[in-house]
Design a protein around this ligand. Structure first.
Ligand code: URC
Length: 307
């Protein structure tokens, strides 16, 4: 919210970060379903008097925002996607309070997965997986919507079919060219949907979960290639582009993909004394590192996208 006050420009928003909620649903057959979410809410609202004249009468208390998360979780009779819940909450704040013009709700889902015991899915047992599903809904009073889904911490590694050659060589360069190296990364993806209003989104409560799983599969399959022969990566940049392109070409209702793919280096190990070599690297012993690491990121969007 931009305002002019006493000759200054003033922008403000308020909200509640990291409201943690877990929700369990039980079906008639005795199977339990659960999610754990960390919800962050930010409201753009007409509440200038609270800042400039000590009048809180237009303020939605952040404590109320926190309570609303639990009330809305209770009201969800069936399991729903993290996207659908973020839209539900954002819609509530913009429609319930006349002061609120825009609500931004971001949720990070903890990756609880049903366990298998002796090859059978457990009715009420879950274990923590790795990568996280995120969603952000920005909803305006008019019903205008911006929706993104995300993947955080998708760690991928392949032990061959990767190289890096032909880069700039100058008096600062020591990195040898190679057609054989390890390639490891931890993908962060932000996926923007093309829906622009609340009334245009798919009503199936699992729709966005299905798309999320589909995107994850496309990213992973493109990174690795076919199971036996794999696919050669001439750089992280090239692999990133192939991954982003595959998502946009196969998911029609996504308008843009932003990928961050750090290059997590595995350094060849060579150890020698002044007389002998104790360990000679033969694409076998590596020193895994996390610092420093390369940072490679890009976003790909359709021409008609508003991003
Ligand atoms: O795939 C890579 N891209 C780079 O930009 C880069 N830079 C570097 O040192 N190694 C690599 N690898």
């Amino acid at each position: 919210m931009a305002n002019k006050i006493e000759g200054f420009n003033f922008e403000q928003r308020h909200g509640k970060d990291r409201v943690r909620v877990a929700r369990v649903w039980k079906n008639k057959e005795g199977r339990h379903f659960m999610v754990e979410w960390s919800v962050s809410i930010s409201l753009l609202s007409d509440c200038l008097p609270a800042y400039v004249s000590d009048d809180n009468s237009d303020i939605v208390a952040t404590d109320t925002m926190k309570n609303t998360v639990y009330v809305k979780a209770k009201e969800c009779a069936e399991q729903l996607s993290v996207e659908a819940f973020s839209i539900e909450l954002a819609k509530h704040f913009t429609s319930y309070y006349k002061q609120v013009t825009t609500a931004i709700v971001k949720i990070v889902e903890k990756p609880w997965e049903r366990v298998n015991v002796d090859g059978h899915p457990h009715e009420h047992g879950f274990k923590l997986g790795s990568e996280k599903h995120t969603a952000e809904a920005v909803v305006k009073k008019s019903g205008a919507l911006q929706l993104t889904s995300g993947i955080e911490g998708l760690a991928l590694l392949k032990t061959t079919k990767s190289g890096f050659e032909g880069f700039i060589r100058d008096e600062y360069t020591t990195l040898p060219e190679t057609q054989e190296r390890m390639l490891a990364t931890e993908v962060t993806a932000v996926l923007r949907y093309s829906y622009e209003s609340l009334s245009s989104i798919p009503q199936n409560p699992h729709y966005f979960t299905e798309r999320y799983l589909e995107v994850k599969k496309i990213l992973v399959d493109t990174f690795f290639g076919p199971t036996k022969e794999g696919v050669y990566s001439p750089s992280v940049q090239s692999t990133l582009y192939q991954m982003a392109r595959a998502v946009l070409s196969r998911i029609p209702d996504m308008s843009s993909v932003q990928l961050k793919m750090p290059n997590l280096h595995f350094l060849p190990v060579n150890i020698s004394t002044k007389d002998t070599q104790i360990v000679k690297f033969d694409d076998d012993v590596y020193l895994p590192t996390s610092e420093p690491h390369g940072t490679i990121e890009a976003s790909l969007s359709r021409f008609w996208s508003k991003m």
